[in-house]
Design a protein around this ligand. Structure first.
Ligand SMILES: Cc1[nH+]cc(COP(=O)(O)O)c(CN[C@@H](CCC(=O)O)C(=O)O)c1O
Length: 306
């Protein structure tokens, strides 16, 4: 159950958590057209706080809206300010931030007509997405029986609410089968991404991640690619198959909620020796970056004081 906080920002003002409600004929509730973000803020080593890559997340929120032709009635700077305002109102030196823009009530029927576009920002504490133990010891994953969306069925560069029915089905299937996460293949059968994360493998000394085609263009993915290259690793974006994961030396998921979570096994095949050497190195460096301990990446931090 998500921990209740003081306020939610709703269409331009902070309202008490329990008063942030909508009508049951809200268009997005029926037809899934809405866009959202998942963002984390972190306590910094120096005692302050920062939202990690806030600018890029807000840019992606508006990019998602652009893809599905939604006009968010605020500009990017207003949403950036509203996010910080909401964190402060909820006295959160760190936590998870969920902006959502959705089509409100009015006309029913597939065409959203002139229904209002409503915007909320909620924040709440969210620890290790896949469990504390997962960050340390990795997770067990199965290849999902559900493919990731064909790129002309759903717009996967958009973080679109309706896209996540695919993720829910895959996640529920994986958990029901005793796994921690599901890895989805694209409609051509190549590895795509997980239900809420992008994937990397380490094979023959090269760090490989999937091309952008069917995946959400992850901000953590982009950050880790840059960080890994700065650390001297060779990083490529290349299509790969499930059995390249089976025979990889390492594999890990990444995402705002999941951060960097090693994969212990896929489809009951242990991956490598399980020492997570590269994953642990990148994970440690990533946490130094989000904690403000690496000045090279200061521009990725949006500092604030509670
Ligand atoms: C499908 C998908 N792929 C990749 C990512 C990684 O993107 P990024 O966060 O920019 O590195 C996410 C984020 N998943 C968000 C939602 C999780 C949820 O359960 O809700 C998140 O990690 O916040 C996805 O949902």
């Amino acid at each position: 159950m998500v921990q209740k906080m003081e306020s939610i920002w709703f269409d331009g003002r902070l309202v008490p958590w329990d008063e942030a409600n909508v009508h049951v004929l809200t268009h997005s509730l029926h037809y899934g057209l809405g866009v959202f973000e998942g963002i984390r803020s972190y306590r910094l080593k120096d005692g302050g706080s920062s939202v990690f890559r806030l600018k890029e997340h807000v840019e992606r929120l508006f990019q998602s809206a652009h893809i599905v032709q939604m006009e968010i009635p605020f500009n990017e700077d207003e949403i950036v300010d509203a996010i910080v305002e909401t964190l402060k109102a909820n006295k959160m030196p760190e936590g998870y931030i969920r902006p959502l823009a959705f089509v409100g009530a009015g006309a029913m029927g597939v065409h959203p007509g002139t229904n209002p576009i409503q915007t909320i920002i909620a924040t709440w504490p969210w620890g290790a997405y896949l469990g504390e133990e997962a960050l340390e010891n990795g997770i067990r994953v199965r290849t999902s029986s559900f493919n990731r969306h064909h790129v002309n069925v759903m717009m996967t560069k958009g973080k679109v609410c309706g896209n996540y029915v695919n993720s829910v089905l895959a996640k529920r299937e994986a958990v029901a089968d005793g796994y921690d996460e599901g890895l989805m293949l694209d409609t051509a059968g190549y590895v795509s991404e997980a239900t809420g994360e992008n994937i990397f493998i380490v094979r023959k000394g090269v760090i490989k991640t999937t091309p952008l085609t069917s995946i959400l263009e992850g901000i953590t993915r982009a950050s880790l690619m840059e960080l890994a290259e700065d650390l001297g690793y060779k990083v490529v974006e290349q299509q790969f198959s499930r059995d390249e994961v089976y025979t990889a030396d390492e594999a890990f998921f990444c995402g705002t909620a999941a951060e960097l979570t090693p994969i212990r096994e896929l489809d009951r095949r242990r991956i490598g020796k399980g020492d997570f050497k590269v994953a642990k190195h990148l994970q440690a460096e990533f946490f130094k970056v989000v904690g403000g301990e690496n000045p090279k990446y200061e521009h990725w931090l949006h500092r604030y004081e509670v």
